[in-house]
Design a protein around this ligand. Structure first.
Ligand code: F6P
Length: 342
């Protein structure tokens, strides 16, 4: 068989481990030829690809990013997008395509499959917000990076008797904020799932002062929002999938907390540091298992599916299940975090 592979959306540590696994098992075990499309859906739209060999994927297991490049190109926004991909796949005599991505890339993959194209997906995102899988690779690495940052910020916050606001990624779901906040012993964690009351946040900080703790660590997901009408926030630009470019809530909180409490407050935005660099061992193993399962599924022409982590096992699930809704943080997990607030 001849199989294409692409990586779309925000990059994520572990992507190269998936590509390597697909090529190693695909070529050595199944005897397939594997073609890597460049820059997400732009590759199949423009027929931009290269053949991947055992040699060309050597040494990439611990490397962050993706050797194929990525983009937020939405094939369904292009006039004739579905037909262009169909034509390019036919001219390369491809039997199928494996799309490695998050909600947007897999959402497009599911639509292309509905349109009759032989596509299957592999779940990835540092945000950990895909349904139908218990975890996504990249999340563990992002939590590790954010936790290390919080540990470092803790010592300097304490020395200077100031509050530090740490803004982490998480557009619609607060998984990174919650896990890194819990692991780093944050005093307040704010997530998109539950709009926050700025006065409550300030109350927790004041209570710490009363107890002789003259600093606080506030972890905020970039998508966290205040309860309507309590604090001003700005609108940003939107990408091809209609997502607003986020960022800025950390700085808003810095100003607001300092103004309301009178205690010095500074903000740190971790941004893309959370997505860059080498994957943790956990993410390398999960990505490798998903890559092997994906090429096995492609060999059996199980189009329209996606390997997912269910408990400790990898299982094939319908691709449509992964994109039907986002997996957000449940209230009971937030309640665990609240035990340690203030
Ligand atoms: O979807 C993953 C993610 O890292 C989000 O957490 C974040 O909002 C977004 O990507 C940032 O994307 P960009 O690379 O376009 O700034």
């Amino acid at each position: 068989m001849r199989i294409g592979v692409l990586t779309g959306g925000g990059d994520c540590p572990g992507l190269n481990a998936v590509i390597r696994a697909i090529v190693r098992k695909g070529v050595d075990h199944h005897g397939h030829e594997i073609f890597g499309f460049r820059d997400g859906w732009r590759g199949p739209l423009e027929g931009d690809c290269e053949q991947l060999t055992i040699e060309s994927v050597r040494g990439i297991l611990p490397r962050g990013g993706t050797i194929l490049g990525s983009s937020r190109t939405n094939p369904l926004k292009r006039e004739d997008g579905v037909e262009a991909i169909r034509r390019n796949m036919e001219s390369l005599s491809l039997d199928g395509l494996i799309a490695i991505g998050g909600e947007d890339t897999l959402g497009a993959a599911a639509k292309l499959h509905e349109a009759g194209l032989p596509v299957l997906g592999v779940p990835k995102t540092i945000d950990n917000d895909l349904a139908a899988t218990d975890l996504t690779f990249g999340f563990d690495t992002a939590v590790q990076v954010a936790t290390e940052a919080i540990d470092r910020l803790h010592t300097t916050a304490e020395s200077h008797h100031r509050n530090l606001v740490v803004e982490v990624m998480g557009r619609h779901a607060g998984w990174i904020a919650l896990w890194a906040g819990l692991a780093g012993g944050a005093d307040v964690i704010l997530v998109p799932e539950r709009p926050f009351d700025i006065e409550e946040v300030c109350k927790l900080i004041r209570r710490r002062h009363e107890r002789g703790r003259y600093f606080a660590i506030v972890v905020v997901a970039e998508g966290a929002v205040p309860i309507e009408g309590t604090m001003e926030i700005s609108d940003g630009e939107v990408d091809e999938f209609g997502h607003v470019r986020l960022g800025g809530i950390g700085q808003r909180l810095e100003r607001e907390i300092e103004r309301r409490t009178g205690f010095e407050t500074r903000a740190t935005v971790l941004g893309h540091i959370q997505r860059g660099g080498t994957p943790t061992a956990f993410d390398r193993v999960l990505a490798t298992r998903l890559g092997v399962a994906a090429i096995d599924a492609a060999s059996e022409r199980r189009w329209g599916t996606m390997p997912a982590l269910r408990g400790m096992r990898i299982e094939l699930v319908p691709l449509a299940d992964a994109v039907r809704e986002l997996r957000t943080v449940p209230i009971e997990d937030l309640e665990v975090a609240e035990v340690f607030f203030g």
